[in-house]
Design a protein around this ligand. Structure first.
Ligand code: FAD
Ligand code: ZN
Length: 455
């Protein structure tokens, strides 16, 4: 028996797009890491902006909370209900049309439910590059990417999700549609409202479409695996490579020995490119034109005593093999205490040194897996094994207090969601928190958009 609320939803999106049976809703109510789970009255799957607007209007009038959901690959528990009030999950998956590609303006207009890899392919088919790239790209959706301001491996050259957007369409918490779908590259006409919704994790409204920037498609790439003595050498080499290679440098990733060893232990087919080195950097250059000159740039950049040893990929297959090591790190050390922090690039070595000292004083046996986007000052910094999860709070205290002492961020890429909602109040000043609450109140006075997340 349907109640009037679910009947009303069915009138807007069609009965088969309102899921209420536990079996049907289960994939939508637990997050990717299976750490957060909450009941939902229904999972609603609209196919158009008008349908999203209708659903939001109905929820607003009934004061039912809305949890927008893309690919549900988020790592902070933002995309699932808390179960603490009446809630629905609003899945954007059926809104997966590319509305327009404007090749001369280098823009692509996509609906929120487009899977990231599909957008990359569409851009490539048009001879362009859509620069956002992350390991979850086969399932995450552009609406989720924008709502988390996702980062990934190309940030060094192209910026994060925020930097890929020219225009936005969003449904406000009262159901009205804000049409900001402009492809303008210059527009100084007051507050940049789209940026409010980007990185808001669904707490201010529902993103339904975006005008995205395209770039020239690189035709050549060069990849190297580099051994460096310590993190200080890694950031000095980064600075050196920027000078030599300019914006041909697209990725600059660091891995501690523990990360490589964890991958080798789990994936027998993977070979260590430089056995025994303490720290390694994976570097990628990309450019138009032929690959020979690019390889020369790379060889020239590596000709410095900052490099202890290095191998350059001689083929696409060799490049992919090097990237496979980096991409295997998250799964090779799964159950432990995870952090996604950033500090200014120049302080990365100090962070790594002081964090290790403090953690090993408290937990002498705990392995530390340090890897990630050192070119952006962003480290995935994971500690211990499953046994240490019970002492997660103590580990977090050490890591986050050091991040604060160095003026860094406790969430560089993954957002606050439910995971870091409590912690953030220790890191932002009272005024900054008050400004954030004022914005939230102005847009969502009844607090129906993704409650229990971010603030
Ligand atoms: P979801 O998980 O569905 O939602 C994320 C948040 O956005 C939630 O708060 C949700 O309510 C909100 N939301 C979703 N869609 C909308 C919408 N249309 N309107 C309003 N709010 C919305 N992240 C990185 O930044 N860099 C990485 O390198 C990276 N690598 C990853 C690797 C793996 C293997 C995995 C599993 C995750 C990784 N992530 C990474 C995290 C995750 O993929 C990103 O946060 C991604 O942007 C989330 O997209 P999604 O569509 O899955 O969003
Ligand atoms: Zn990352």
């Amino acid at each position: 028996m349907q109640d009037t609320f679910t009947k009303g939803l069915a009138e807007i999106v069609g009965a088969k797009n309102v899921l209420t049976a536990d079996n049907d809703t289960a994939p939508y109510t637990t997050d990717w890491r299976k750490q957060y789970s909450g009941a939902s009255e229904a999972v609603v799957r609209p196919a158009s902006t008008a349908e999203v607007s209708g659903v939001v209007r109905l929820c607003a009038s009934e004061r039912v909370a809305i949890v927008p959901q893309g690919g549900n690959t988020g790592l902070s528990g933002g995309s699932v209900p808390t179960g603490r009030q009446r809630e629905i999950v609003l899945s954007l998956a059926r809104m997966n049309r590319i509305r327009e590609i404007d090749a001369l303006n280098d823009t692509l207009t996509a609906e929120a439910g487009c899977v990231l890899a599909d957008l990359q392919r569409a851009a490539s088919d048009a001879g362009r590059l859509f620069a956002l790239s992350l390991a979850a790209e086969g399932s995450c959706q552009i609406g989720g990417n924008l709502s988390t301001n996702a980062g990934g491996v190309n940030v060094l050259r192209y910026g994060n999700a925020r930097d890929q957007v020219l225009g936005l369409e969003a449904v406000l918490p009262d159901g009205r549609v804000w049409d900001g779908l402009r492809g303008l590259r210059k527009d100084n006409t007051g507050y940049d409202l789209k940026q409010l919704f980007i990185g808001a994790e669904g707490t201010l409204g529902v993103i339904t479409a975006a005008v995205l920037k395209l770039h020239p498609k690189p035709t050549a790439s060069a990849t190297a695996w580099i051994a460096v003595e310590n993190p200080q050498r890694a950031v000095e080499l980064l600075s050196h490579m920027k000078k030599v290679c300019g914006d041909r440098l697209t990725a600059y990733e660091i891995l501690s020995r523990t990360c490589v060893d964890a991958v080798l232990a789990q994936r027998r087919e993977i070979r260590d490119p430089l056995p025994g080195s303490a720290w390694q950097v994976l570097v990628e250059l990309a450019d138009g034109g032929a690959s020979e000159p690019l390889h020369e740039w790379l060889a020239q950049a590596l000709d410095t005593n900052l490099v202890a040893d290095a191998v350059m990929a001689k083929s696409d297959a060799e490049s992919k093999a090097l990237w496979r090591i980096r991409e295997s790190v998250p799964e090779a050390q799964f159950g432990n205490v995870k952090h996604d922090i950033s500090v200014v690039v120049s302080k990365v070595p100090e962070f790594i040194r002081r964090a290790e000292e403090a953690l090993h004083a408290a937990f002498p046996q705990a392995p530390i897996y340090c890897f990630g986007h050192v070119g952006d000052g962003n480290l995935h910094y994971n500690v211990g094994d499953a046994a240490l999860l019970a002492r997660r709070e103590e580990v977090n205290r050490i890591v986050y207090d050091l991040v604060a002492a160095l003026g860094g961020s406790i969430s560089a890429e993954h957002g606050l969601g439910q995971l870091k909602r409590g912690e953030i109040s220790r890191h932002k000043g009272a005024l900054e928190l008050e400004l954030m609450r004022s914005v939230k109140r102005a847009l969502d006075p009844h607090g129906i958009m993704n409650p229990g997340k971010v603030l």
